[in-house]
Design a protein around this ligand. Sequence first.
Ligand SMILES: [Fe+2]
Length: 183
Amino acid sequence: MDVVTWARELAAVHLADAVPRRWRHVQAVADQAERASRACGPDADLLVAAALLHDVGYAPPLVSTGVHALDGARYLRSIDVDERLCCLVAHHSAAATDAELAGLAAEIAEFEDEQTPVRDALWWADMTVGPDGEVVAFPDRMAEVRARYGPDHPVSRALDKSMPEREAAVQRTEARLRALDQV
Ligand SMILES: [Fe+2]
């Protein structure tokens, strides 16, 4: 079985029935990742697989620390998933900031943030898809999250703190895709 099919099946087992709205979001993030995968060379399938599993930590039986990226990555590592995939999930969309604000800096540091085009593309895909799976512009997605939680919520504070890093990942990904269009 190829890695994308495997990832889709594993994610569906954990999310499709338990958290269907999240599952819709995840499938759309995978579609968006597919669009960006041409900027990832031989890591194209790794990107789509990571997109399919990036929110697996929202599955209720997998919730442990409450930082979904960390919970998902720990679960994947526990079943011997490829280390890069575990690390991409752990760090997706600036999750290290969420972990640090939750007092989990040491725990998230057990996973490496590889800071590559694949990592940037995963962040871009997640941050350009809304909660129901609709494709949205990055600034609108960030505004939606902030409005949903309110300005003083820890989620919004983490968002503000990590905004430069998020913007940089989006800009690098969009520049890579533009450069490919010009070839
Ligand atoms: Fe997501």
